[in-house]
Design a protein around this ligand. Structure first.
Ligand SMILES: Cc1cc2nc3c(=O)[nH]c(=O)nc-3n(C[C@H](O)[C@H](O)[C@H](O)COP(=O)(O)O)c2cc1C
Length: 191
């Protein structure tokens, strides 16, 4: 698959099968990530791969976030159990989940640029997964970014959680892409 085809045919795939993804395939995805551009060669990306039973660690952390959030919101005791259970299960939506962390820079600008570099890395990962016949979904959200998740990953000040990339074999027919034409988003400056 050439780059142009990979870019235009990739879709976020939220539903994947339980079929395990070979380690070499996950490694190919990680390899593609580190080729992303990064200013001053800071190589800001750090990865945590949760696969198979290892997803239990992520599930436990997510469940703890749900418990904390339910407490903060004074949610009904009866509903809390369901909320925790739903959150726990989310870690098992795909056979592999790769968390991408961006390290803090030496100043604010570098921190922003590190995050930008990690976003480029995530797109490399998505394109590689797609080209290898896998589906991927970039997931985030309040639970994903929660302080407890930061502690779970041992993050330092300025580090950022960029993505949880859920990867597996697609179990979903392709959806149509909704995008406005680039012409509507572009101002040309040609003298
Ligand atoms: C920073 C970022 C965070 C995202 N977080 C989520 C998410 O939490 N849940 C989700 O369903 N999709 C998430 N997505 C994926 C988008 O929903 C998806 O890219 C968008 O619907 C466009 O679809 P496409 O990737 O197939 O072009 C995220 C994408 C980005 C770039």
């Amino acid at each position: 698959m050439d780059v142009s085809e990979a870019i235009t045919s990739r879709r976020s795939i939220g539903r994947v099968t339980h079929e395990p993804v070979p380690r070499e395939t996950v490694e190919a995805i990680l390899e593609s990530a580190i080729h992303a551009p990064n200013h001053k060669i800071t190589e800001p990306w750090r990865f945590h791969v949760f696969a198979g039973k290892g997803r239990g660690e992520l599930a436990k952390a997510r469940a703890e976030v749900a418990r904390i959030m339910a407490g903060e919101e004074r949610e009904d005791e009866e509903l809390v159990k369901g909320r925790i259970s739903r959150e726990r299960k989310k870690a098992f939506r795909a056979p592999v989940v790769i968390a991408v962390i961006s390290k803090a820079g030496r100043d604010e600008v570098e921190t922003v640029e590190n995050y930008a570099a990690c976003s480029a890395a995530v797109q490399n990962m998505q394109l590689t997964a797609h080209s290898l016949g896998l589906g991927a979904m970039w997931r985030t959200g309040p639970v994903a970014y929660h302080e407890h998740m930061r502690e779970f990953f041992g993050l330092e000040e300025g580090d950022r959680i960029v993505a949880y990339l859920y990867v597996g074999y697609p179990d979903l027919s392709e959806t149509r892409r909704r995008r406005e034409p680039f012409e509507q988003m572009t101002t040309w400056h040609e003298g």
